[in-house]
Design a protein around this ligand. Sequence first.
Ligand code: ZN
Ligand code: ZN
Length: 342
Amino acid sequence: MKAMILKETSPVEKEPLGIADLPVPSLNSKEILVKVSACGVCHTELDEIEGRIQSKLPIILGHEIVGKVKELGSQVTKFKKGDRVGIAWIHSSCGECSFCREGRENLCAKFKATGCDVDGGYAEFTLVSEDFAYPIPEMFSDSQAAPLLCAGAIGYRALRLSNLQDGQILGLFGFGASAHIVIQIVKYKYPNSKVFVFTRPWQEEHRNLARRLGADWTGTTGDTPPAKLNCAIDFTPAWGPIACALRALEKGGRVIINAIRKEEKDKNSLLKLDYAGHLWLEKEIKSVANITRKDAQDFLPLAAQIPILPKVQEFRLEEANRALILLKQGKIQGAGILRMPD
Ligand SMILES: [Zn+2]
Ligand SMILES: [Zn+2]
């Protein structure tokens, strides 16, 4: 099979992923072999490539995978050959620890991530346990479904953790793949809530997309919004937006940081927070880590019901480096997707 492989960490600008011809992996009794048709590109992959997250090496990246079941392990009962399935960031968890038993398998110490601890979807085939694959609602094309599996599912989790109530004001900092899905969930589930969107100054096209999707106000990070935010979600790789969000927050409000790692640049900036202005009056900061299977299982049908049709920009598998560089530059509209050859 063809795959794009990362052998060692490197700045993404050096185009470190190389095309390789590998044997199709062989499956164990609980696994399904999936013929990949689409795989999303995600900021987390930039963190893996550039060494901010440690992944196994060499690695086949990719954790927003849509494809068809090609082969079944001997004990598989949930899927049949030809079924369309999705695979997300959660590849497996132990199922036995207190976190797993409490429905917080995203925090399991033995959590394994797709395309990080095990090979993922930048390839023609991949493997997953039947317990960690999801049926894809019919209405979505393969490319549309792919970003729902990470950008969508983690955005859904972040929104849940934000504790937004209908009628309250939500701030979104950064408007890429995840935020453009979250705003559609908000407009559906919280029709009386207002959404304010903050981007970097030059991201006029992101602000335009935000307005088309129903943003009630758009501006640049650091701008003073027309009203205080009851909660905010930060989707950016930077530190500055967290301080801006805290300052714009209403009393008792919460900022959710939807990032697995932040840039090294300005990493001490949170130490400069002004307690009275940024934190006092019961303001909270909380991060989001991974997703649970339930996040994906709940979100996919909701996305079909709304419906959320992610805006996607498609690339060939061999163009993975270019897609990742554009992602780093904030130049992808919506979500970047690798399409595999049929
Ligand atoms: Zn992701
Ligand atoms: Zn566990």
